[in-house]
Design a protein around this ligand. Structure first.
Ligand code: ADP
Length: 566
């Protein structure tokens, strides 16, 4: 409600001053009515082009009413001047569809300022003579006009809670004074010239309009700057600008909130020092491909550690702008999710292990029972015992693989450092597998021997065995399996190529994960634990090498690994 009261008071004061003006001046309202209409129309039509400076939803607008005030005083009665200003602003507010309250305030404030200015002009002898004394009286009147106008607007903004009176009055004082000076001078010249020769009036009006547009450029630039400043100030992300020497030139409120350091403390410091101040530790895992975004853990002045993503972009005029984005909440969520995933993986792991152990165990127990309870022929008995042995063997392999994985996962490096000839190892295994399989043709392709590496022979053999046995296992229709060994750039490379089932593209990413088995109907009948490749990767990596593959579903796969040559 106070704003309504304020508007009412302004209107009342304006009316009082107009009454006082009507009594002190010999006012003929209709004197040169066309002039009043002309100036009113000019003021109204300039409204859509006026410049607004916003302050928290409220704002000030500027136009060239001082110029019109100064010009008119010489040409018509004081009351007609007030009438032109009142009518021009009323129409302008209608054009801009301002709320009635704002419209009433605008008109009242303008009338109040104009009436106050005109009272001063009248007190100083009036302006109708259009001489030096009149000109001085108009300058004084215009100054009062301007002052009253500014104070009334500042009061309204303060009552509306948008800005305190001092801030509004001081805001761009230099720029505004310059604009007022320009406007009053042009108004003065137009009024004086037209008072002597009316035909000069259009020239003066043209100058007034041109000046209004030229000066409004200043206000528009300010408005743009203010808008930008408002955006930066209200951003949730920290926005920091640095000069060419990486010194902080601006530090927005969000940066203050994020780090606990106020702008006064930070501006001027080299950014490296700011980083030290907030104990920033970089997260090497979180550097983007372009090195433009990186994550840091900071310890703000009096707060818990936070994760901040910093992105940097160069500014056209030199220097750069940094955006600091608080990632703490996102990190917490991610960590929780990762923890859940780890727990889920552990649960899956236990379930898979139990399942994998139970399958051979069930057949061992089944055949052992059969042996105990049923009389069988010698031939059958031998077969059962063989099955029991094979299943026992499978069980042992599984347990070995699990233990190996654990050992390798814990980083217990094999103590043995044999000199291993990979060529020899491949030869041995190709021969061994050739004997075991009938549907596959194993081809060994060795270029250059020996292919020597240093490491654990048993482990490296595990890798080769695993890759060849997979190639055979996942080529149920048979076909050629090529095992290649060669030396390249100080490494020994091994490749195993098959023409089997291949791996669906969508599942290729997980292929080295523990217990991961491709989920596809064509390999339902093929048994396995999903540990072979996981183990192979651990072993190759523990030897300082790398493992990979290429595969096309339905066409076949090539698994390859590379080890540093001895
Ligand atoms: P598994 O004991 O199931 O063979 P691995 O870890 O050795 O476990 O392999 C994981 C999965 O990768 C397998 O289930 C299989 O589907 C797929 N795979 C591995 N090697 C090949 C290959 N040469 N061709 C097609 N699929 C393969």
């Amino acid at each position: 409600m106070p704003i309504r009261l304020y508007v009412a008071a302004t209107a009342l004061l304006a009316a009082t001053l107009v009454v006082a003006l009507a009594q002190t001046s010999e006012g003929d309202l209709l004197e040169r009515a066309w002039l009043t209409a002309l100036f009113a129309a000019l003021l109204a039509l300039e409204h859509p082009f006026e410049i607004r400076l916003a302050r928290r939803g409220h704002g000030e607008s500027t136009s060239n009413e001082e110029a019109i005030f100064a010009a008119m005083v010489f040409l018509t009665s004081p009351l007609a001047v007030v009438l032109a200003i009142a009518a021009g602003f009323a129409a302008g507010n209608v054009i801009l569809r301002r709320t009635p309250l704002k419209g009433i305030f605008n008109v009242s404030a303008m009338v109040l300022a104009a009436a106050a200015g005109l009272l001063v002009v009248e007190a100083l002898g009036g302006a109708r003579e259009a001489d030096l004394a009149a000109a001085l009286a108009v300058v004084a009147g215009a100054a009062v006009y301007e002052a009253v106008n500014r104070v009334t607007v500042a009061g309204a903004l303060a009552v509306a809670g948008a800005a305190d009176v001092r801030t509004t009055l001081r805001d761009d004082l230099g720029g505004r004074t310059l604009i007022a000076l320009g406007n009053v001078s042009v108004g003065l010249l137009t009024g004086l010239a037209a008072a002597h020769d009316l035909w000069t009036l259009p020239i003066g009006l043209a100058a007034m309009v041109a000046l209004q547009f030229a000066l409004s450029g200043h206000m528009r630039a300010r408005a743009e700057r203010q808008k930008l400043a408002d955006i930066v100030a209200s951003s949730w992300d920290g926005i920091v600008t640095l000069d060419r020497h990486d010194r902080v030139t601006s530090w927005n409120p969000a940066s203050e909130a994020l780090t606990g350091y106020a702008a006064e403390r930070i501006i001027g410091l080299p950014f490296d020092e700011v980083f030290r101040l907030v104990n920033a530790e970089s997260d090497p895992a979180a550097h983007s491909a372009h090195e433009q975004v990186s994550a840091f853990r900071i310890r703000p002045a009096n707060d818990d550690a936070r994760w901040v993503a910093v992105s940097r972009a160069p500014l056209p005029e030199g220097g750069s702008v940094l955006v600091l984005h608080d990632q703490s909440a996102q990190r917490e969520i991610d960590e929780m999710r990762q923890k859940q995933e780890r727990e889920q993986m552990r649960a899956d792991f236990v379930a898979s292990v139990s399942h994998e152990l139970r399958t051979p165990l069930t057949s061992i127990l089944g055949f052992a029972d059969t042996l105990l309870t049923h009389g069988s022929s010698d031939g059958d008995r031998r077969r059962y015992v063989e099955i029991i042995r094979d299943e026992g063997e499978r069980l042992r392999r599984l347990i070995d693989a699990l233990l190996d994985l654990r050992q390798l996962g814990e980083g217990t490096k094999g103590s043995k450092q044999d000199v291993v000839d990979i060529a020899e190892l491949l030869e041995e295994q190709v021969e061994r597998f050739s004997e075991r399989t009938s549907g596959h043709e194993l081809v060994l392709d060795l270029t250059g021997r020996p292919l020597v590496v240093v490491g654990e022979r048993g482990r490296l053999e595990q890798v080769v065995v695993n890759l060849i046995s997979n190639a055979i296992k996942y080529s149920p229709a048979g076909g050629e399996v090529t095992v290649r060994g060669e030396r390249e750039d100080g490494t020994v490379q091994v490749g195993v190529t098959d023409r089997g089932l291949g791996i669906p593209a969508a599942q290729q990413e997980q292929i080295f994960a523990k217990f991961f088995r491709v989920d596809a109907p064509d390999r339902d009948a093929i048994s396995g634990s999903g540990l072979g490749l996981a183990l192979a990767r651990e072993i190759v990596e523990a030897h300082g090498g790398a493992i990979g593959f290429e595969s096309t579903e339905g066409r076949g796969s090539t698994f390859h690994f590379r080890l540093p040559a001895a």
